[in-house]
Design a protein around this ligand. Structure first.
Ligand SMILES: Cc1cc2nc3c(=O)[nH]c(=O)nc-3n(C[C@H](O)[C@H](O)[C@H](O)COP(=O)(O)OP(=O)(O)OC[C@H]3O[C@@H](n4cnc5c(N)ncnc54)[C@H](O)[C@@H]3O)c2cc1C
Length: 107
């Protein structure tokens, strides 16, 4: 079910690229896992308008327990990522889009 949902969203992004084309962002972050969300939090808190685009394919998505992550030793990586996303999206300056970036054009 999750796969079908992600698949549909990726294809919707292909079909309706205007969804993000008409909006200007200070930063567009490709990848909305730990690194992307951390970057977005720093930028969003500094009042930069940020868009995160994420394909939902964390490299550790098959992992059951995380280790060596302080305060989260033994936690499920998906829960850590979900909590991070929840906290980052509390900032009104940050938007999140499910989809895969397939090209970028310099203007
Ligand atoms: C099996 C395994 C076990 C691990 N165990 C631990 C551990 O116990 N403790 C620990 O500290 N670390 C562990 N790690 C390392 C940890 O998972 C990584 O350091 C961490 O996930 C890196 O975060 P990241 O945000 O850079 O990348 P990722 O978590 O991989 O996220 C990258 C994101 O970018 C998205 N993306 C990529 N390209 C595009 C595109 N073109 N368009 C849209 N989105 C895109 C992907 O879909 C994904 O959501 C483990 C890794 C693996 C593989």
């Amino acid at each position: 079910m999750k796969f079908i949902f992600t698949f549909l969203l990726i294809h919707l992004l292909f079909l309706f690229p205007m969804q993000v084309e008409n909006t200007t962002y200070d930063a567009i972050i490709i990848g909305g896992s730990y690194a992307g969300l951390s970057a977005a939090m720093g930028l969003g808190r500094s009042l930069f308008k940020v868009l995160i685009i994420d394909a939902g394919e964390r490299c550790n998505k098959m992992v059951v327990h995380s280790h060596n992550l302080i305060t989260h030793d033994g936690s499920a990586p998906g829960e850590v990522a979900a909590k991070a996303k929840e906290q980052v999206l509390k900032y009104k300056t940050v938007e999140f889009l499910n989809g895969k970036v397939v090209s970028a054009v310099k203007k």
